[in-house]
Write a protein that binds this ligand. Structure first.
Ligand code: PEP
Length: 249
């Protein structure tokens, strides 16, 4: 019922030339992937090359961030309107690196999510706890706070169009993947929050991706859990063979 989504987050890696080389190798490897959605979120400067390379393929393209608002005196920023105009389908919102290094908070996540929706993009809204928060037993409280501040104020109609990514911060780029059981437990908790706020039908329909050191050799175990609807993949999405193996899990 929920189509899995396998999305790559390239972070601050790859030039336009390297982007072209990636797609040349990657697209033939996933051309037969059915029953799933695939996406790549490259840096802004690679979007044009990625969009041209992926045109007509089964791979959607997204950005890693957006500014709230359509246009304006906002030096260095890119709007959802601009991203939609060039053909982007997705945008990441509230990635832990944005929260950690660029001071993004729940209010910002909410306004960026609303901006993405206003311009017709699918926001992939990221939540997740720090290691210290997991160790002190506050994982659920953190997820609730992020959900309440960043997503619960959306209308039901808006909420139906988002994707959530659960990314425990201690598992991002560390090689420490959450066990399928740990991930599934957090996903079930988030789905419960959705049910409370938006009802059972929305809880059943929302896609919740897992992110944090997903690799070709652990993706199948994660995807075997009913509440895990896909993956947001950093490091392993940079290599065409490795990300193709994840898409073709
Ligand atoms: C990410 O950047 O969202 C991520 C999950 O990174 P990695 O797969 O490298 O842990």
């Amino acid at each position: 019922m929920r189509t899995p989504l396998l999305a790559g987050n390239w972070k601050m890696y790859k030039t336009p030339q390297e982007t072209q080389a990636f797609f040349d190798a990657f697209l033939p490897l996933v051309a037969g992937a059915a029953g799933r959605d695939a996406a790549i979120c490259p840096p802004y400067i690679d979007l044009a090359v990625a969009l041209a390379a992926a045109a007509g393929s089964n791979v959607g393209i997204g950005a890693q961030n957006l500014a709230a608002g359509k246009e304006g005196a906002m030096t260095g920023e890119i709007s959802g309107h601009m991203l939609k105009t060039i053909g982007c389908k997705y945008v990441l919102v509230g990635h832990s690196e944005r929260r950690q290094f660029f001071g993004e908070n729940e209010a910002g996540v909410l306004s960026k999510t609303q901006a993405a929706l206003e311009y017709g993009l699918t926001p992939i809204v990221c939540v997740g706890e720090l290691l210290a928060q997991r160790e002190s037993g506050s994982t659920e409280a953190v997820l609730k706070q992020q959900f309440d501040g960043g997503m619960a104020p959306l209308s039901a109609e808006q909420f139906a169009k988002i994707v959530i990514a659960y990314e425990p911060v201690w598992a991002i780029g560390t090689g420490k993947v959450a066990t399928p059981e740990q991930a599934a437990e957090a996903h079930a908790y988030i789905r419960g929050l959705v049910a409370e706020k938006f009802g059972n039908a929305q809880a059943l329909a929302i896609r919740i991706l897992y992110g944090g050191s997903v690799k070709p050799d652990n993706v199948a175990g994660l995807m075997s859990k009913g509440d895990i609807d896909g993956a947001l993949v950093g490091g392993a999405s940079l290599d065409p063979k490795s990300f193709a193996a994840i898409v073709n899990f």
